[in-house]
Design a protein around this ligand. Structure first.
Ligand code: DC
Length: 209
């Protein structure tokens, strides 16, 4: 079984993907980390973020399953990732690696922006997880408070709106729901409720096939 989970930043798709992977005992790939890994390598080298040759070399060097979530979770790495994610050459290299992961005999769960549309268009179940920009900003604000970051809620909302524009507006593989994706709006849901709702969708799809 391949489960594709897409959605905007802070929609809860990553947490949901991890919980589903544990529940179904399936390998899980957070494809946002692929783009973050490339961005991090460039930032570390002090390299520009808009040089396709350098970005391609960094993408080729990446081992998708060896990426360190904690190291790559910083806000500026996410911002840089969203900038390098507009480069088609980088996407082609990373998508190929992501497809190899999805080819696992046991199946897999992948989450990102273009899983249902580009990486795994044949996925058995596609979820498009979303939430209002305000709800997503409120979640990030809480997380930021726990980490001691001084960002205001308004700044976080502004960042989220800008990231959405970049992710949905790029020419190559923009963020959008696949035609056969099941929409899951988590604005008013807890993590547990979103998990139960996703399980319900997956079970319905499995019964129907
Ligand atoms: O989900 P995230 O915040 O870790 O993703 C960081 C950036 O990577 C996101 O703004 C856009 C890009 N990305 C992408 O273009 N395609 C994916 N499948 C996953 C992430």
């Amino acid at each position: 079984m391949i489960i594709a989970i897409d959605g905007p930043a802070a929609s809860g798709k990553g947490t949901l993907a991890r919980k589903l992977a544990e529940h179904f005992d399936l390998p899980h790939l957070d494809t946002g980390l692929s783009y973050r890994g490339v961005a991090y390598a460039l930032l570390e080298d002090g390299a520009p973020l808009d040089d396709p040759a350098l970005a391609k070399a960094a993408a080729n060097a990446i081992d998708l399953v060896a990426l360190d979530r904690d190291l790559l979770s910083a806000h500026e790495v996410g911002e840089a990732a969203s900038k390098i994610a507009v480069m088609s050459e980088v996407r082609r290299i990373l998508v190929e690696k992501q497809r190899a992961f999805a080819g696992n005999k046991r199946g897999a769960i992948l989450d990102g922006r273009d899983i249902g549309t580009v990486v795994c268009p044949e996925a058995d179940v596609k979820l498009y997880v979303t939430a209002s920009a305000e709800a997503r900003a409120a979640r990030r604000f809480l997380e930021a408070g726990e980490k001691g970051s001084g960002a205001t809620r308004a700044q976080i909302l502004e960042d989220i709106v800008r990231r959405d524009e970049r992710d949905t507006g790029r020419a190559d593989s923009p963020l959008r729901p696949a035609e056969d994706a099941h929409l899951l709006d988590t604005s008013e849901m807890s993590i547990e409720q979103a998990f139960e709702a996703a399980l319900g969708i997956i079970e319905d799809v499995s019964r129907a096939s």
